[in-house]
Design a binder for this molecule. Structure first.
Ligand SMILES: [Zn+2]
Length: 359
């Protein structure tokens, strides 16, 4: 297939530079019902419907779906997709190495770390000198379970907006973990149940507990075991983990004074009733909103987020040096307004299907 750019080159010859000048970013990446599409490369980024060629930023289920013909993602993201969907989650797979540029069609593509969960990446797409970064989900706070975010200079930066309101300012996660451990010491007869999403948050909370000096066994819900095992296989030491079953605890009181980590959904069902006088904790950026914590019956809210807060979002936009910002999945309006007030053109992308699995 002859690409439109080569036709233009032949038609305009010396006017080629004029064509480049007139080039618009949406010719390189544009929203489609399936997801963000790259016409020069013929691929989608994080498509929500099955496509021929998908580039996937990270393993959360709203970004990484099964059923694509070909998937390009980091080795860790491919492994996580196989764990969650089975080995046959895609027709073919290819592992992207961070920092290594690959050519796809007429576009060049480079994965860079996003600091969100193990294997998470931003995707730099280049074509005719134009650079657009699709950052997926990201954060800037240190996280001992994944490679830190790296600002990538670009013309257009596509940013998430999960916590894009000035009210969202995440404290240092280690402060929240210290509060959890204070509560454990204060109530030795009670079981602390920590709700944390299965991919990323749970392993980060466990690792932070270890960094804070907590070396007792941590009990985990069965839904976390495969991913915790995978993190350990990648060299992330989570210390001693035991299944949170009555057998392993001995009796209901066997968990008293202990820490149990499970997916937030598990705490609403019968599973949670096996623990002695539980203290319900929830590790999430949403815990900044006290009303949300109360509605969920959370006694000890822990503001631990794998998404950038307001300050991280605005700092990152500046760090990329981008001259245009596209905002997606979350509270787009406030961030678009902030960009415009600072003289940076910005627009919401209105991509659908991203539900924030990880926070
Ligand atoms: Zn995510």
């Amino acid at each position: 297939m002859i690409h439109v750019s080569s036709v233009f080159k032949r038609l305009f010859g010396a006017s080629w530079s004029a064509y480049l000048w007139a080039m618009q970013p949406h010719e390189l990446l544009c929203p489609r019902p399936e997801g963000l599409y790259c016409p020069p490369g013929g691929f989608f980024i994080d498509p929500v419907r099955p496509v021929d060629r998908a580039l996937v930023t990270h393993g959360h289920s709203d970004h990484a779906r099964s059923g694509h013909r070909a998937v390009l993602a980091t080795r860790e993201t491919l492994d996580i997709m196989a764990l969650r969907y089975g080995e046959d989650f895609a027709g073919t797979t290819e592992a992207a190495v961070l920092g290594r540029t690959m050519r796809i069609g007429d576009a060049a593509v480079t994965f860079h770390p996003a600091g969100h969960v193990l294997g998470s990446a931003q995707i730099l797409v280049e074509w005719n000198g134009m650079r657009i970064v699709a950052s997926g989900d990201y954060k800037r706070q240190p996280d001992p379970t994944c490679v830190p975010f790296e600002p990538v200079p670009c013309d257009v930066f596509i940013t998430e907006a999960t916590f894009a309101l000035p009210v969202f300012r995440h404290p240092d996660a280690s402060h929240e973990i210290a509060a959890l451990l204070r509560s454990v010491r204060q109530f030795p007869e009670r079981t602390h149940l920590v709700g944390a999403y299965a991919l990323g948050k749970a392993q980060r909370v466990i690792r932070l507990l270890r960094d804070a000096g907590y070396d007792a066994p941590i009990f985990i819900h069965g839904a976390l075991s495969k991913l915790c095992d995978y993190y350990r296989s990648q060299g992330i030491d989570l210390g001693r983990l035991e299944p949170a079953t009555v057998e392993s605890g001995g009796s209901k009181d066997g968990f008293a004074g202990g820490l149990v980590v499970g997916p937030p959904s598990a705490f609403a069902d019968r599973w949670a009733r096996r623990f002695a006088d539980p203290v319900a904790c929830f590790a999430s950026g949403w815990m900044r909103i006290r009303q949300r914590a109360r509605q969920r019956g959370v006694e000890l809210p822990l503001i631990v987020s794998d998404h950038a807060d307001w300050d991280e979002l605005t700092a990152t936009i500046r760090d990329t040096g981008a001259s245009e910002i596209w905002v997606t999945h979350g509270r787009e309006e406030a961030l678009v307004r902030w960009c415009e007030l600072g003289g940076i053109p910005a627009k919401p992308l209105h991509l659908v299907g991203y539900e924030d699995e990880g926070d």
